[in-house]
Design a binder for this molecule. Structure first.
Ligand code: DGL
Length: 283
């Protein structure tokens, strides 16, 4: 039996959508979440950078005692999932396969649009994974620059959010598209704006629930599921400002985050990037 927490990470707040699904399905599990707010957006970074960041975060979560790791970020899944699986002694789950499985269940026309970051779109991970899993889906994968910033800056429910989403998505959906995969874990936090733009005939699919089921199955197989004798502990760590993370986290999760800590990356390069991002976030 391994009684440690489940480690979950993302570039910032987006992975909270996955954390929420885990907390709903597995209320007794301890969860430790890392949001790399000081270094978002991940979607505009190089793959080798994301592998390095993922290594740093994985090491930190392993130090926290994590019994398994959920890469709650499509961009990091694209760049680093295979690498993390080779490197770590604990099981690692990403969000792309679960998202595609959910889409395959939801789509009738089989015409599915996936939206994600530039990194995710460029990596072709959705096309490659659909082929490997032999999913009968006609995929079109599109990058949506600017969406992540709306979330990290707390501007999800604004007319501006609808405008940004409209400009990007309206021209892209054909009449036969019936499923839209939110291939970035930040995007479910924009579902109001996205739903308004794409209309009711398009089903929005997020990877969160399917990922949580995959985690549960894995823990069950390993015999690592916690007995439901007490509610799980939730710990949040951010490389940005803890107060800001707590405030936006409360807004997105709908309840107070009791334990939020800041973790500053140590190298001067990272500190410099962090300062830049925090200045943007605070403006
Ligand atoms: N939430 C992440 C994803 O799923 C990363 C977004 C970003 O930082 O660009 O791709």
């Amino acid at each position: 039996m391994n009684d440690g927490p489940i480690g979950v990470f993302d570039s910032g707040l987006g992975g909270l959508t996955v954390l929420q699904a885990l907390a709903d399905l597995l209320p007794a599990e301890d969860l430790v979440y890392f949001g790399d707010t000081a270094r978002y957006p991940y979607g505009d970074r190089r793959a080798d950078e994301l592998r390095r960041f993922s290594d740093q975060i994985a090491d930190l979560l392993v130090d926290e005692g994590a019994k398994m790791l959920v890469v709650a970020c499509n961009s990091a899944t694209a760049a680093a999932l295979t690498h993390l699986r080779e490197r770590l002694a604990i099981p690692v789950i990403g969000v792309v396969e679960p998202g595609l499985r959910a889409a395959a269940k939801a789509s009738r026309s089989r015409r599915t649009v996936v939206i994600g970051t530039r990194m995710t779109a460029r990596s072709r991970i959705y096309e490659d994974t659909a082929e490997r899993l032999k999913l009968d889906l006609q995929l079109e994968v599109l990058a949506c620059p600017g969406f992540v910033e709306l979330v990290e800056e707390g501007r999800t429910d604004t007319p501006e959010a609808v405008e940004v989403v409209h400009d990007r998505l309206a021209p892209l959906l054909t009449a036969r598209t019936d499923t839209l995969v939110l291939g970035c874990t930040h995007y479910p936090l924009l579902s109001r704006a996205i739903g308004e733009v794409v209309g009711r005939h398009v089903t929005l699919v997020s990877s969160a629930d399917e990922t949580a089921f995959e985690v549960r199955d894995l823990l069950e197989r390993m015999g690592w599921l916690r007995a439901a004798d007490r509610p799980g502990r939730r710990v949040f760590i951010t490389s940005g400002r803890a107060d800001r993370f707590a405030e936006l986290g409360r807004r997105f999760l709908g309840h107070r985050l009791h334990e939020v800590r800041a973790h500053a990356w140590e190298t001067s390069e990272e500190a410099k990037r962090g300062a830049g991002q925090r200045a943007v976030g605070a403006s």
